[in-house]
Ligand binder design. Structure first.
Ligand SMILES: O=C1C[C@@](O)(C(=O)O)C[C@@H](O)[C@@H]1O
Length: 146
């Protein structure tokens, strides 16, 4: 069973970007932990980050054909702007967990709306980078049950 971790724009800057909001862990830390935890749960995983919306949409389309059973995605700023990203996720019909490092609901009003939440199985926000691990635990339980 393969889980795909997707990170959108600016998440390559984790660890240096606004650390008071996003913490000190880098994207490499997050991806290494995700791969190790997935493997311990008996899951295959792949991690992908891009700052380019079209590349993200192409990666999501490819997931339809590469055996991806679940997508964990932090869509970054596209959360609040991208109908196209939502359509791509809905179009491939792979279940999705949406993760935000920060508590978007405690931040600026423009972060309160997500185009992704309406097509996600669940949403995690504000748990820091632990949110990725929490998502993975949920996914492992779901895949075990199926
Ligand atoms: O880039 C990001 C990161 C974020 O998705 C988060 O992980 O908290 C929250 C978004 O509002 C923001 O644009």
């Amino acid at each position: 069973m393969r889980v795909l971790l997707l990170n959108g724009p600016n998440l390559n800057l984790l660890g240096t970007r606004e650390p008071h909001i996003y913490g000190a862990d880098t994207l490499a830390d997050v991806e290494q932990r995700f791969a190790a935890e997935a493997s311990a749960l008996g899951l295959q995983s792949e991690c992908f980050q891009t700052n380019h919306e079209g590349q993200m949409i192409d990666r999501i389309h490819a997931a339809r054909l590469d055996g991806t059973a679940f997508i964990v995605i932090n869509p970054g700023g596209w959360t609040h702007t991208s109908v196209a990203l939502r359509d791509a996720l809905a179009g491939v019909a792979i279940p999705v967990v949406e993760v935000h490092v920060s508590n978007v609901h405690r931040r600026e009003a423009f972060r309160h709306h997500s185009y992704i939440s309406g097509i996600a199985e669940g949403v995690i926000a504000g748990l820091g980078v632990f949110g990725y691990s929490a998502a993975l635990q949920f996914v492992a339980g779901r895949l075990r049950a199926s």
